[in-house]
Write a protein that binds this ligand. Structure first.
Ligand code: EPS
Length: 388
């Protein structure tokens, strides 16, 4: 089983991560992590902390002679900002920010200073997930499976992708400061972010994720926690500030009917193909060979300069929540975190499907996998006696 743990506080010395269950034999070095770590740090709406951090990761276990060994992969990402927090004496934080973990975490853990909760609930931790995601992405790419993302909406600005393939959207998103493959929408989003920043406010958005060339057969219908859909939901809904998730047509399914909502099956040159992809590549909790499509809704984050109505937990008096340095619109950065979480889930499901302790064992099984060809099916024209 592929699993990971992260540790570390937003303003502590470093983030620490361990990825366990990764196969041996995959070439891996720090450069493989750098691109995604860098992508997570850019994008309109990012806060000033990103000017301080360089998210340089160090691999400290599980990789020898440039290859994974099957041992836990351990990584450290230093927090450069730590130098300004070490030995710092700060007044206690006593006014919880509505929408942040401040109050709920203090109720749960009895913190004497709300900062003790903030430090771990901060989205700083997502840098660790992106590093792990980058390792998983490399494994997926070995089998041609790629993952991309783009922003389809920020606040009330909706992008228009008419006529653009998923590949084009993903590629063009990389060229947009808002990670949005619609230049006109990008312009409006940048304007909206400026206005929100000047007003001391924040903005939410919609992130779309796509996994391409996913083979059929990842996940399983046989048990609730093996469904790929539920595994993706847990992973993606765990990203800070994500409040809703849709697969494929998602909420749009409600206006269709059973006969019009699904993806017809046709035989084309011996291949079982689909006439559409409303299901977002998942049927019965199993990948069906179509691109996996997920939409995430991110709320406007809770830390605003304007502040929100709250209570000072020391005096008991009404108070306005105080500002902590933060992003204005983390959507474009969170898209990269979404890709990472999707990569981790898909790599885990692929490993289960292919088995093996080494990537070369996985390679052998990959070539034996049932594909979407009719000749691979084992359905027979024979009666079945249930419960003989
Ligand atoms: C965050 C607040 C800000 C963000 C941080 C998430 O941190 P700081 O208070 O140090 O400026 O920059 O995100 C990151 C540090 C990061 O690497 O993404 C929060 O409260 O969630």
């Amino acid at each position: 089983m592929l699993r990971f743990l992260t540790a570390g506080e937003s303003h502590g010395p470093s983030l620490t991560l361990i990825l366990e269950g990764f196969p041996a034999g995959m070439p891996l070095d720090i450069q493989d992590l750098a691109a995604d770590l860098g992508r997570r740090q850019t994008g309109a709406g990012s806060g000033d902390r990103m000017k301080i951090e360089d998210d340089g990761a160090r691999i400290t276990g599980g990789v020898l002679a440039g290859h994974t060994t099957g041992a836990p992969v351990a990584i450290t990402i230093p927090n450069k900002d730590f130098i300004s927090w070490e030995k710092k004496v700060i007044d206690p934080m006593s006014i919880p920010r509505p929408g942040h973990a401040d109050l709920a975490a203090a109720l749960k853990y009895g913190y004497p200073d709300l900062r003790l909760g903030l430090e771990r609930s901060s989205a700083r931790e997502t840098a660790a997930r992106v590093a792990i995601g980058a390792i998983c992405r490399k494994l997926l790419l070995r089998y041609g499976i790629s993952i991309g993302s783009y922003i389809s909406q920020i606040a009330s600005v909706r992008a228009n992708f008419t006529g653009k393939t998923l590949e084009e959207r993903i590629r063009q998103a990389e060229e947009s400061a808002a990670r949005c493959p619609d230049p006109e929408a990008t312009r409006k989003i940048l304007q909206a972010i400026d206005i929100a920043a000047n007003a001391g406010d924040t903005l939410g958005g919609v992130i779309e994720l796509a996994a391409l060339n996913v083979p059929p057969g990842l996940g399983s219908h046989v048990h609730w926690d093996r469904r790929l859909s539920s595994r993706l939901a847990q992973a993606l809904m765990s990203i800070p500030a994500i409040k809703a998730m849709e697969i494929g047509e998602g909420a749009g399914f409600v206006s269709g009917s059973g006969s019009t909502s699904h993806d017809g099956i046709k035989l084309q040159d011996g291949r079982l193909e689909r006439t559409s992809n409303h299901a977002g590549g998942l049927e019965g909790g199993i990948s069906n060979g179509e691109p996996i499509l997920v939409r995430l809704v991110m709320k406007p984050i809770a830390t605003t300069r304007i502040g929100s109505p709250s209570v000072n937990l020391i005096s008991g008096e009404s108070a306005v929540s105080r500002y902590e340095r933060s992003d204005v619109c983390p959507g474009p950065r969170a898209a990269v975190v979404g890709e990472a979480m999707m990569a981790i889930v898909l790599a885990g499901a692929l490993l289960e499907k292919l088995g093996g302790d080494t990537v070369s064992e996985m390679d052998q099984r990959w070539f034996q996998m049932r594909t979407g060809r009719l000749e691979n099916m084992e359905v027979r024209d024979e009666p079945t006696v249930f419960w003989p």
